[in-house]
Design a protein around this ligand. Structure first.
Ligand code: SAH
Length: 386
């Protein structure tokens, strides 16, 4: 049979016109397609767009990855899908529950590449932290991911596949409440450097036929890729967290080298534009506290002055040390003082709790260990996935 996805030009422009049997590597992974893409794909198959509703419910609500089990699709359609498409997920290589209820997983992708994912339950919410790239090119001086360099962008399927796996492992609901209520792109990578894939994946997270997470509860964290911030406002409805970490260009250049390209003033203008005319939007500023580097009262006052006229919330993040790090975490008294200054300026300020310490549930940390332990972890991963 001629596989109809060859006609789906926008997704597979370079595929041959006629394929008798589609080899695995040429099958289209349906997790790479958002709702609009899927509709175009189904039209290409000669199917009615409403079939997409059925298919998406199977994939995202029922978490079924085998076409044969999608019993309300006709047998012919199921067979055609099995011929030219697939639902291929990242595999769970390592599952580490923490004593405090948080969870960390290592997911295996191609060629031994791994990404990490963390779930943090709190009384009023459950937050899933996912990755957008393998490694990261930004080279922030306090970040463990930076040490492993940049490998590649994640595909849409690899980004949404993290949420798929987490909701399969955790379940949908407990006592009538959703388990995953919030999703944050704060794992490995800079999401705005993987713009198109991240936007599609976040659309799928928010889509009612996808994971149906409330729009405001999907948060993208960026080090400040200014031009992409302007595009994001047009393309997406995500909440924005910005990794500021310093109130002056001089200091921020050192901590977040991207600042040399997009200095603080430009970043703040882009942030104001992102929330302009959107009454419910505010910026969450992330500020990692590094002992003796950026944690003085003067730094706090300068930060407050900087963001004074922007609807804001500040997340103070105690630095999570890792092997080879050149910083130490600020003393609790310094953190409390920093918070007090910001609060005195009327800023909502929370100190992010350190969770999952026993499983290194901080950004970039598991990835660092993967590198360091190299083959040993690969063996564990192989065992874990059979
Ligand atoms: N590239 C994006 C998202 C990934 S990092 C960004 O920069 O926002 C997610 C958050 O974790 C960022 O605020 C980052 O600065 C912070 N982070 C990275 N390494 C950390 C560490 N060792 N301790 C505490 N926070 C860290």
């Amino acid at each position: 049979m001629i596989c109809a996805h060859a006609r789906f030009k926008s997704i597979a422009p370079r595929w041959p016109e006629k394929i008798a049997v589609t080899p695995t590597e040429q099958r289209i992974n349906l997790l790479d397609l958002d709702r609009r893409d899927l509709e175009a794909f189904f039209v290409g198959l000669g199917e009615k767009p409403f079939r997409v509703t059925q298919l998406m419910k199977w994939i995202y609500h029922e978490r079924v990855s085998d076409f044969a089990a999608m019993t309300n699709l006709s047998k012919t359609l199921r067979e055609r899908l099995a011929e030219c498409a697939e639902i291929r997920l990242p595999q769970v290589a390592l599952d580490q529950p923490s004593r405090d209820g948080s969870h960390k997983w290592l997911l295996r992708l191609d060629r031994g590449n791994g990404i990490e994912m963390v779930f943090i339950p709190e009384p009023d919410r459950g937050t899933l932290c996912i990755s957008s790239q393998i490694g990261c090119p930004l080279d922030c001086s306090f970040c463990a991911t930076a040490q492993q360099g940049f490998n590649r962008n994640l595909t849409v399927a690899e980004i949404i596949g993290q949420v798929w796996q987490a909701s399969r492992l955790l379940g949908d609901q407990r006592n009538g409440q959703r388990i995953i209520t919030n999703i944050v792109l704060m794992g490995m990578g800079e999401p705005l450097l993987n713009f198109a894939n991240v936007v599609k994946a976040t659309d799928l997270m928010q889509d009612d036929l996808g994971f149906g997470v409330s729009k405001r509860r999907v948060t993208l964290s960026t080090a400040g890729v200014v031009p992409a911030l302007y595009r994001l406002r047009e393309a997406s409805e995500v909440s924005l967290a910005v990794s500021l970490h310093a109130p002056t260009d001089e200091l921020r250049n050192e901590l977040v080298p991207l600042n040399r390209k997009y200095p603080i003033a430009e970043l703040l203008t882009a942030c104001k534009h992102y929330i302009a005319d959107k009454p419910h939007r505010r910026i969450t500023w992330e500020y990692v506290l590094l002992d003796g580097v950026n944690d003085s009262e003067q730094h706090a006052r300068a930060l407050a002055a900087l963001i004074r006229d922007i609807p804001s919330k500040v997340n103070l993040i105690p630095f999570n040390p890792f092997l080879g790090a050149r910083y130490r975490c600020s003393a609790p008294v310094a953190i409390a003082r920093f918070q007090a200054v910001l609060m005195a300026h009327g800023l909502t300020t929370v100190i992010r709790k350190t969770r999952g310490d026993d499983i290194a549930a901080a950004c970039g940390q598991l990835a660092g260990q993967v590198q360091a332990r190299g083959r040993r972890l690969e063996r564990v991963a192989r065992l874990a996935t059979g």
